[in-house]
Design a protein around this ligand. Structure first.
Ligand code: ATP
Ligand code: PRP
Length: 205
């Protein structure tokens, strides 16, 4: 049996057509059910659909053999116990530093609102900038407006959200897309099955 963990939300919408092209299908009945472990058109493959940030945790601990998650989430997780094997090129965006104007970034201690704590700390440590990170779970763009932070670190795609909130992206931390990850033990014990699916998915990209 192979269990694949999929990120729900935005990534799922782009993952399902890709998996279908690779030959793996989940019926609408399964997708619309309240079940947490879903059947596929293969008796040997089950799918779990969970929060994006939980995907690497399930894969790390072997609760799922494979998973699909954004690079942003994988960077925060740190990658322990899993291999990142494929860039799926979906849900593309950029992890950026944004503020209302460039001068806001010049502080003795830069206050940054973000949910990307690890990436933010690594990026500013490398630059030698002293920071204070304020962990938020959403609506980061609000923080500079209400004086909670000097700037934010968040995902940017079209830039519409930043623009609507009077912010400008000044620095890019990372290009983001969704990746296929595999549990490091499963990669050895279920190698034939896993490699076959990776090949199918590769062809469907
Ligand atoms: P959670 O449910 O854990 O709070 P979330 O609300 O951030 O996660 P989504 O908005 O569906 O969930 O985003 C999931 C993933 O999609 C992100 O981790 C990132 O890789 C990608 N993503 C997020 N925003 C964008 C965007 N604007 N454009 C493209 N991809 C994005
Ligand atoms: C993401 C991200 C930004 C927005 C950027 O939010 O956190 O707010 O997309 O996209 P844009 O540059 O195309 O405007 P999302 O829509 O996923 O909402 P959430 O973070 O509140 O879940």
């Amino acid at each position: 049996m192979l269990t694949i963990a999929l990120s729900k939300g935005r990534i799922l919408k782009q993952t399902l057509p890709l998996l279908k092209k690779a030959g793996l299908e989940i019926s609408d009945t399964e997708l619309n059910s309240r079940k947490l472990i879903l059947n596929t058109n293969f008796d040997t493959v089950k799918v779990i659909i969970i929060r994006a940030s939980d995907v690497p945790i399930f894969v790390q601990h072997g609760a799922a053999d494979m998973g699909i998650a954004g690079k942003d989430v994988l960077l925060e997780h740190g990658g322990s116990g899993l291999f990142e094997l494929l860039d799926l090129g979906i849900a593309k965006c950029r992890l950026m530093v944004a503020a209302s104007d460039k001068a806001k970034l010049k502080q003795n201690t830069l206050k940054i609102a973000t949910k990307y704590i690890h990436s933010t700390q690594c990026y500013f440590a490398a630059k030698g900038t002293q920071i204070e990170v304020i962990k938020l779970y959403g609506a980061m763009e609000l923080a500079p407006k209400v004086g909670l932070a000097h700037c934010i670190v968040d995902l940017v795609d079209t830039g519409n959200t930043l623009k609507a909130n009077g912010l400008i992206a000044f620095e890019k931390i990372e290009d983001i897309s969704s990746r296929l990850v595999v549990n490091s033990s499963a990669f050895k014990t279920k190698d034939t099955q896993i490699k076959a699916w990776i090949e199918n998915i590769k062809k469907s990209l």
